[in-house]
Design a binder for this molecule. Structure first.
Ligand code: GLY
Ligand code: MN
Ligand code: MN
Length: 448
């Protein structure tokens, strides 16, 4: 039998997370969560299953078609799991199921039932609970309002009826997920390091005449050698004008001489993702115009990184990137007007197109607010992890732009960890500057 990395679930870790959540909820709260279901690709072929991140974060339970209920009573925290029953035939075809007994033994559930028992048990569990927090992104739960109303209508008229308030669990849980534990940072670090190796292997394989798909497969092979069998999002390997589509995923074109290749690829490890972008020339040598645009994007990224420390507000990073790139685009003659005029009119957006970062974690675009309840941008805190990813995109049909700049997209994306007094660029070891990239690619051996 082939061996695999240990998949033992750390029940204590998930119990601690549930405790932190229940600490943050009012007395009398009940949390109801739905897992994702198994998606069909075609007929009896299923997509690879990946659990809902909130569900996994709190339970560690990675099987489809499950519910979880959490609550605290007299100081005791309780987790009840509802899952698929054991089924010998199904397990031979599609893999092991824990069943209720496994949910208790392996996942630390205080009680567990098959999923068909969910509705009647939930009705019992609702008794005395007035604040219901729901996590059900894909609308898997039976209609909770109907259940609650049914229970109210069935309550005798001379018994006090509970008026319940339904809230999104995300409003409490997602702000907690923004601050990473040391264990989570370790998983992200692993995903980032595997991705750096993947980007380097891909850069080594790049040359005119190679297909984008071969480069994407090179990334996948290398991250697998580092224990990562999946990515946090579809690989983007975009040569030339393809890079002007931000989420280009076809990865099917042959790379041409003289083109830049934009690669946005991040391995996933233990359900945590990296998210790194590098842009480099197919030949290994930047043209003067490509070098100017790349240097400008890197200058924007480095200016933003220099601002990353506790207390810096989130919007400062975007504003810093835009100011550097606007100034540079004016100097290159690609934007007209003074810096003040360009910043005021936001004419730079024609080339800079998108925002410059997001939280990073179990979701590549990880959950959690960027503003507080009053609309103020969030200040950075230690153990936040996020990307910074400025870009400049000049489509092939931008006929008012000098031809040497047309048909390229340059994005550079690093993964940042906020520390007590500054930050750590987790992806710094992936070649970043034009000089580093040229030196790194000069040593490659390609089939051409
Ligand atoms: N790879 C998706 C992003 O950079 O946001
Ligand atoms: Mn990103
Ligand atoms: Mn990315």
């Amino acid at each position: 039998m082939a061996s695999q990395m240990s998949s033992a679930v750390d029940a204590d870790l998930h119990r601690d997370r549930r405790r932190a959540l229940l600490d943050a909820l009012p007395t009398g709260s009940l949390v109801v969560m739905a897992a994702y279901s198994q998606k069909v690709r075609s007929k009896n072929i299923k997509y690879h299953f990946r659990q809902d991140n909130d569900f996994l974060y709190l339970t560690g339970f990675a099987e489809p078609d499950a519910y979880a209920v959490l609550y605290r009573e007299d100081g005791d925290d309780t987790l009840i799991l509802f899952c698929r029953p054991r089924d010998k035939d199904a397990e031979v075809s599609f893999g092991k199921r824990s069943g209720p007994q496994g949910a208790i033994c392996d996942y630390g559930a205080d009680d567990a039932f098959i999923i068909d028992e969910f509705e009647p048990k939930l009705l019992e569990l609702l008794k005395g609970k007035t604040r219901i927090y729901v996590s059900d992104e894909l609308n898997r739960l039976p209609n909770l309002w109907q259940l609650i109303n049914r229970e109210r209508f069935q309550t005798p008229f001379d018994v006090p009826k509970a008026y319940r308030q339904l809230s999104a669990l995300a409003s409490v849980l997602h702000p907690m997920r923004v601050i990473k534990s040391q264990a989570e940072i370790g998983l992200i670090r692993h995903a980032v390091n595997a991705s750096i190796a993947g980007h380097k292997a891909l850069m080594q394989a790049a040359a005119p005449g190679v297909n984008e798909g071969v480069l994407a497969a090179t990334f996948m092979l290398e991250i697998a050698k580092h224990g990562c069998v999946d990515v946090g999002y579809p690989n983007i390997v975009a040569a030339g004008n393809n890079a002007c589509c931000l989420h280009y995923e076809e990865n099917c074109c042959t790379v041409n001489e003289g083109e830049l290749i934009l690669v946005d690829a991040g391995a996933e490890y233990g359900h945590y993702s990296a998210d790194i972008t590098r842009t480099f020339p197919a030949t290994g040598r930047f043209t003067p115009a490509q070098r100017r645009i790349h240097n400008l994007v890197l200058a924007a990224l480095d200016a933003a990184i220099a601002r990353v420390r506790p207390g810096t507000r989130w919007n400062i990073l975007y504003e810093t990137c835009m100011e550097v790139m606007a100034k540079g685009l004016i100097e290159l003659g690609l934007l007209q007007g003074s810096l003040d005029e360009v910043m005021k009119s936001e004419s730079y957006k024609r080339f800079t197109v998108h925002k410059t970062g997001h939280w990073l974690g179990m979701d590549v675009h990880d959950v959690g607010p960027y503003q507080d309840g009053s609309g103020n941008w969030r200040a950075l805190e230690p153990d936040m992890v996020f990307t910074i990813e400025p870009g400049i995109y000049i489509p092939a049909d931008a006929m008012d732009v000098p031809s040497e700049y047309r048909g390229m997209g340059v994005r550079i994306e690093d993964d940042m960890l906020v520390t007590e007094d500054g930050c750590e660029n987790l992806s710094a070891a992936c070649p970043r500057s034009t000089d580093e990239i040229e030196a790194f690619m000069a040593g490659r051996i390609t089939a051409g």
